[in-house]
Design a protein around this ligand. Structure first.
Ligand SMILES: C[S@@+](CC[C@H](N)C(=O)[O-])C[C@H]1O[C@@H](n2cnc3c(N)ncnc32)[C@H](O)[C@@H]1O
Length: 248
Protein backbone atom coordinates (compact mmCIF):
# COMPACT_ATOMS: atom_id res chain seq x y z
CA UNK A 1 0.00 0.00 0.00
CA UNK A 2 1.26 3.49 -0.84
CA UNK A 3 1.85 5.72 2.19
CA UNK A 4 -0.69 8.30 1.01
CA UNK A 5 -3.44 5.64 0.80
CA UNK A 6 -2.61 4.54 4.33
CA UNK A 7 -2.54 8.12 5.62
CA UNK A 8 -5.88 8.86 4.01
CA UNK A 9 -7.45 6.04 6.02
CA UNK A 10 -5.77 7.29 9.19
CA UNK A 11 -7.34 10.71 8.62
CA UNK A 12 -10.77 9.13 8.13
CA UNK A 13 -10.55 6.82 11.15
CA UNK A 14 -9.08 9.32 13.61
CA UNK A 15 -11.11 12.30 12.39
CA UNK A 16 -8.60 14.70 13.99
CA UNK A 17 -9.80 18.12 15.08
CA UNK A 18 -6.40 19.69 14.34
CA UNK A 19 -3.69 18.35 12.04
CA UNK A 20 -0.01 19.31 11.90
CA UNK A 21 2.26 18.64 8.95
CA UNK A 22 6.01 19.26 9.04
CA UNK A 23 7.30 19.10 5.45
CA UNK A 24 4.57 20.00 2.96
CA UNK A 25 6.34 20.38 -0.39
CA UNK A 26 3.64 20.11 -3.12
CA UNK A 27 0.79 19.35 -0.73
CA UNK A 28 0.26 15.65 -1.59
CA UNK A 29 -0.11 14.62 2.04
CA UNK A 30 -1.62 17.93 3.22
CA UNK A 31 -4.43 17.52 0.68
CA UNK A 32 -5.64 14.50 2.70
CA UNK A 33 -6.59 16.67 5.66
CA UNK A 34 -10.24 17.57 6.25
CA UNK A 35 -9.79 19.53 9.48
CA UNK A 36 -8.14 22.84 10.41
CA UNK A 37 -4.46 22.26 9.75
CA UNK A 38 -1.04 23.80 10.24
CA UNK A 39 1.61 23.22 7.56
CA UNK A 40 5.27 24.08 8.10
CA UNK A 41 7.88 24.11 5.33
CA UNK A 42 10.52 26.70 4.40
CA UNK A 43 10.05 25.92 0.69
CA UNK A 44 6.52 24.67 0.03
CA UNK A 45 5.16 25.01 -3.50
CA UNK A 46 1.65 23.60 -3.22
CA UNK A 47 0.11 22.40 -6.45
CA UNK A 48 -2.58 20.14 -4.96
CA UNK A 49 -6.07 21.24 -4.05
CA UNK A 50 -6.44 21.54 -0.30
CA UNK A 51 -9.73 20.52 1.34
CA UNK A 52 -9.36 22.10 4.76
CA UNK A 53 -8.60 25.47 6.27
CA UNK A 54 -4.80 25.53 6.43
CA UNK A 55 -2.40 27.91 8.14
CA UNK A 56 0.86 27.68 6.21
CA UNK A 57 4.18 28.79 7.65
CA UNK A 58 7.13 29.28 5.31
CA UNK A 59 9.72 28.52 7.95
CA UNK A 60 11.66 25.62 9.44
CA UNK A 61 10.03 23.49 12.12
CA UNK A 62 12.63 24.58 14.71
CA UNK A 63 11.82 28.22 14.01
CA UNK A 64 8.12 27.50 14.17
CA UNK A 65 8.33 25.82 17.57
CA UNK A 66 10.51 28.64 18.90
CA UNK A 67 7.48 30.96 18.60
CA UNK A 68 5.92 32.13 21.84
CA UNK A 69 2.77 30.10 21.12
CA UNK A 70 2.95 27.33 18.49
CA UNK A 71 -0.71 26.52 19.21
CA UNK A 72 -1.87 30.04 18.36
CA UNK A 73 -3.36 28.89 14.98
CA UNK A 74 -5.49 26.23 16.75
CA UNK A 75 -6.73 28.57 19.48
CA UNK A 76 -4.68 26.61 22.01
CA UNK A 77 -6.02 23.16 21.05
CA UNK A 78 -3.48 20.33 20.73
CA UNK A 79 -2.83 18.51 17.46
CA UNK A 80 -4.68 15.17 17.26
CA UNK A 81 -2.64 13.96 14.30
CA UNK A 82 0.78 15.01 13.02
CA UNK A 83 2.92 13.92 10.08
CA UNK A 84 6.67 14.45 10.41
CA UNK A 85 8.20 14.61 6.93
CA UNK A 86 10.52 17.64 7.04
CA UNK A 87 14.32 17.53 7.02
CA UNK A 88 15.37 13.86 6.93
CA UNK A 89 18.21 14.06 9.40
CA UNK A 90 18.03 12.25 12.72
CA UNK A 91 18.42 15.30 14.97
CA UNK A 92 15.76 17.28 13.08
CA UNK A 93 13.29 14.39 13.04
CA UNK A 94 13.80 13.77 16.76
CA UNK A 95 13.35 17.45 17.61
CA UNK A 96 10.24 17.52 15.45
CA UNK A 97 8.89 14.65 17.54
CA UNK A 98 9.80 16.27 20.88
CA UNK A 99 8.19 19.56 19.85
CA UNK A 100 5.10 17.91 18.38
CA UNK A 101 4.51 15.66 21.39
CA UNK A 102 4.55 18.71 23.68
CA UNK A 103 1.68 20.14 21.63
CA UNK A 104 -0.35 16.94 21.45
CA UNK A 105 -2.59 15.02 23.85
CA UNK A 106 -2.08 11.43 25.04
CA UNK A 107 -4.56 10.14 22.43
CA UNK A 108 -2.90 11.93 19.50
CA UNK A 109 -0.95 10.05 16.86
CA UNK A 110 2.39 11.19 15.43
CA UNK A 111 3.45 9.59 12.15
CA UNK A 112 6.99 9.62 10.75
CA UNK A 113 7.69 9.14 7.07
CA UNK A 114 10.87 7.45 5.75
CA UNK A 115 11.56 5.20 8.73
CA UNK A 116 12.50 2.21 6.49
CA UNK A 117 15.38 3.04 4.14
CA UNK A 118 15.73 0.45 1.38
CA UNK A 119 19.51 0.62 1.28
CA UNK A 120 22.47 2.32 2.93
CA UNK A 121 22.84 4.93 0.17
CA UNK A 122 19.25 6.10 0.57
CA UNK A 123 19.86 6.53 4.33
CA UNK A 124 22.95 8.73 3.92
CA UNK A 125 23.04 12.01 5.83
CA UNK A 126 24.84 13.53 2.89
CA UNK A 127 22.24 13.09 0.17
CA UNK A 128 23.47 11.56 -3.06
CA UNK A 129 20.42 9.62 -4.26
CA UNK A 130 17.16 10.68 -5.94
CA UNK A 131 14.79 9.09 -3.42
CA UNK A 132 16.14 9.94 0.03
CA UNK A 133 15.11 8.76 3.50
CA UNK A 134 18.15 10.22 5.21
CA UNK A 135 18.85 8.90 8.72
CA UNK A 136 15.39 9.20 10.23
CA UNK A 137 15.64 5.49 11.12
CA UNK A 138 17.51 5.89 14.50
CA UNK A 139 14.34 7.52 15.85
CA UNK A 140 12.99 3.98 16.19
CA UNK A 141 15.81 2.81 18.46
CA UNK A 142 15.71 6.09 20.38
CA UNK A 143 12.05 5.67 21.23
CA UNK A 144 12.53 1.99 22.10
CA UNK A 145 15.39 2.80 24.48
CA UNK A 146 14.29 6.08 26.00
CA UNK A 147 10.51 6.00 25.72
CA UNK A 148 9.30 2.49 26.49
CA UNK A 149 6.18 4.22 27.80
CA UNK A 150 4.90 4.92 24.27
CA UNK A 151 3.75 2.51 21.57
CA UNK A 152 5.45 2.43 18.18
CA UNK A 153 4.29 0.47 15.14
CA UNK A 154 6.30 0.31 11.91
CA UNK A 155 4.11 0.00 8.85
CA UNK A 156 5.21 -1.62 5.60
CA UNK A 157 3.99 1.11 3.24
CA UNK A 158 5.58 2.05 -0.07
CA UNK A 159 8.01 3.46 -0.77
CA UNK A 160 9.86 3.93 2.55
CA UNK A 161 7.60 2.93 5.44
CA UNK A 162 5.79 4.83 8.17
CA UNK A 163 6.25 4.83 11.93
CA UNK A 164 3.11 5.33 14.03
CA UNK A 165 3.69 6.66 17.54
CA UNK A 166 0.83 6.41 20.04
CA UNK A 167 0.11 6.77 23.73
CA UNK A 168 1.96 10.06 24.01
CA UNK A 169 2.98 11.95 27.14
CA UNK A 170 3.11 15.68 26.36
CA UNK A 171 4.69 16.34 29.76
CA UNK A 172 7.64 13.98 29.20
CA UNK A 173 11.08 15.61 29.21
CA UNK A 174 13.06 12.36 28.83
CA UNK A 175 14.14 13.00 25.23
CA UNK A 176 15.03 16.64 25.88
CA UNK A 177 16.95 15.70 29.05
CA UNK A 178 18.94 13.04 27.16
CA UNK A 179 19.20 14.78 23.79
CA UNK A 180 23.00 15.18 23.77
CA UNK A 181 23.60 11.59 24.93
CA UNK A 182 21.15 10.30 22.30
CA UNK A 183 23.02 12.15 19.56
CA UNK A 184 26.38 10.83 20.79
CA UNK A 185 25.07 7.25 20.93
CA UNK A 186 22.75 6.95 17.97
CA UNK A 187 23.75 9.50 15.33
CA UNK A 188 26.25 7.95 12.94
CA UNK A 189 28.50 9.27 10.19
CA UNK A 190 27.97 7.91 6.67
CA UNK A 191 27.89 5.18 5.55
CA UNK A 192 24.92 4.54 7.80
CA UNK A 193 24.85 1.29 9.83
CA UNK A 194 21.22 0.63 8.94
CA UNK A 195 20.08 -2.53 10.76
CA UNK A 196 19.43 -5.36 8.27
CA UNK A 197 16.00 -6.03 9.79
CA UNK A 198 14.94 -2.49 8.84
CA UNK A 199 16.03 -2.90 5.22
CA UNK A 200 14.52 -6.42 5.12
CA UNK A 201 11.37 -5.16 6.87
CA UNK A 202 11.31 -8.30 9.00
CA UNK A 203 9.38 -6.90 11.98
CA UNK A 204 7.05 -4.45 10.24
CA UNK A 205 3.26 -4.64 10.14
CA UNK A 206 1.25 -4.98 6.96
CA UNK A 207 -0.76 -1.77 6.49
CA UNK A 208 -3.97 -3.76 6.00
CA UNK A 209 -3.45 -5.47 9.36
CA UNK A 210 -2.95 -2.17 11.17
CA UNK A 211 -6.08 -0.74 9.57
CA UNK A 212 -8.06 -3.86 10.51
CA UNK A 213 -6.97 -3.53 14.14
CA UNK A 214 -9.19 -1.50 16.52
CA UNK A 215 -6.07 0.42 17.57
CA UNK A 216 -7.04 3.55 15.66
CA UNK A 217 -10.59 3.39 17.04
CA UNK A 218 -9.22 3.16 20.60
CA UNK A 219 -7.21 6.31 19.96
CA UNK A 220 -10.11 8.15 18.37
CA UNK A 221 -12.34 7.26 21.34
CA UNK A 222 -9.80 8.24 24.01
CA UNK A 223 -10.80 11.05 26.35
CA UNK A 224 -8.87 14.31 26.09
CA UNK A 225 -7.85 14.04 29.76
CA UNK A 226 -6.93 10.35 29.75
CA UNK A 227 -3.90 9.49 31.83
CA UNK A 228 -1.01 8.50 29.46
CA UNK A 229 -0.18 5.33 31.45
CA UNK A 230 -3.80 4.15 31.42
CA UNK A 231 -4.14 4.78 27.68
CA UNK A 232 -0.87 3.00 27.04
CA UNK A 233 -1.93 -0.12 28.91
CA UNK A 234 -5.11 -0.23 26.84
CA UNK A 235 -3.29 0.36 23.53
CA UNK A 236 -0.76 -2.39 24.32
CA UNK A 237 -3.58 -4.78 25.16
CA UNK A 238 -5.27 -4.09 21.81
CA UNK A 239 -1.98 -4.17 19.86
CA UNK A 240 -0.95 -7.41 21.61
CA UNK A 241 -4.25 -9.05 20.66
CA UNK A 242 -4.39 -7.85 17.06
CA UNK A 243 -0.81 -7.21 15.89
CA UNK A 244 1.16 -9.78 17.87
CA UNK A 245 2.52 -10.49 21.33
CA UNK A 246 5.63 -8.33 20.76
CA UNK A 247 3.46 -5.26 21.39
CA UNK A 248 1.83 -6.47 24.61
C1 LIG B 1 9.59 14.88 1.43
S1 LIG B 1 9.07 16.53 1.34
C2 LIG B 1 7.45 16.50 2.07
C3 LIG B 1 6.46 15.73 1.27
C4 LIG B 1 5.02 15.74 1.77
N1 LIG B 1 4.90 15.52 3.20
C5 LIG B 1 4.23 14.70 1.03
O1 LIG B 1 4.18 13.53 1.48
O2 LIG B 1 3.65 15.03 0.00
C6 LIG B 1 10.06 17.31 2.55
C7 LIG B 1 9.82 18.77 2.72
O3 LIG B 1 10.44 19.16 3.93
C8 LIG B 1 10.81 20.50 3.81
N2 LIG B 1 11.80 20.83 4.82
C9 LIG B 1 13.16 20.82 4.71
N3 LIG B 1 13.73 21.23 5.85
C10 LIG B 1 12.70 21.49 6.71
C11 LIG B 1 12.65 21.98 8.04
N4 LIG B 1 13.77 22.24 8.74
N5 LIG B 1 11.42 22.16 8.60
C12 LIG B 1 10.30 21.89 7.91
N6 LIG B 1 10.31 21.44 6.65
C13 LIG B 1 11.48 21.24 6.06
C14 LIG B 1 11.34 20.61 2.37
O4 LIG B 1 11.28 21.94 1.94
C15 LIG B 1 10.39 19.65 1.63
O5 LIG B 1 9.38 20.37 0.98
Amino acid sequence: MHYLDFLQQVHTRLAPRHYLEIGVRWGNSLSLSRCPSVGIDPAFAIDHELHAPVDLFRTTSDEYFARPDPLEPTGGEPFDLAFIDGLHLFEYALRDFMNTERHSRPGSMIVFDDILPRNVDEAARDRHTGAWTGDVYPVLETLARYRPDILTVCVDTQPTGLLLVMGLDPSSTVLADNYDAIMRELRHADPQPVPAELMDRTFVQAPERVLASPLLDELAASADDVDPATLNRRLREVAGQTLGSAYA
